[in-house]
Write a protein that binds this ligand. Structure first.
Ligand SMILES: [Zn+2]
Length: 137
């Protein structure tokens, strides 16, 4: 994660939660805050909602995504938020390239001991079994 954006996301989450908590605990609105004419309550709700969206925007940025991803996913409600939280962190080091599986490449079979021999096991490209020295094909 990009530390700077993660810090912004954390701070705005705290502001959002604190804003709504303050409103509900200290002065629960008796009606729709926007119609109440109570400028103080409106300011708190506006700040908390802005912090809500800013938290998701910066969280997406912290994981190396476009901020638009963070703004779009919460529109899908809880599901979108879960998706956002579980998005792969693009800022992490990419996984090491996979080593080719051992069964790739040409394989031979020893006619004497019936052992399967991978081409990398053959010495100096001779078609001889490394175990018994028999012929492989
Ligand atoms: Zn053999």
């Amino acid at each position: 994660m990009i530390a700077e954006y993660r810090k912004m996301a954390r701070t705005s989450t705290i502001i959002c939660v604190a804003g709504f908590a303050f409103l509900l605990i200290v002065m629960p609105p008796k009606e729709n805050v926007w119609r109440s004419g109570n400028l103080f309550q409106m300011a708190i709700v506006a700040t908390a909602m802005a912090a809500f969206w800013f938290a998701f925007w910066s969280y997406a940025k912290a994981k190396g995504y476009s901020g638009a991803v963070g703004l779009a996913l919460p529109l899908l409600s809880v599901l979108g938020i879960i998706i956002l939280l579980s998005l792969r962190d693009k800022t992490l080091q990419p996984n090491k390239p996979k080593i080719s599986p051992p069964n790739s490449g040409v394989q031979y079979k020893c006619v004497d001991c019936n052992k399967t021999i991978h081409e990398s096991e053959l010495k100096n490209d001779t078609l001889l079994c490394p175990s018994c020295g028999g012929h492989v094909e």
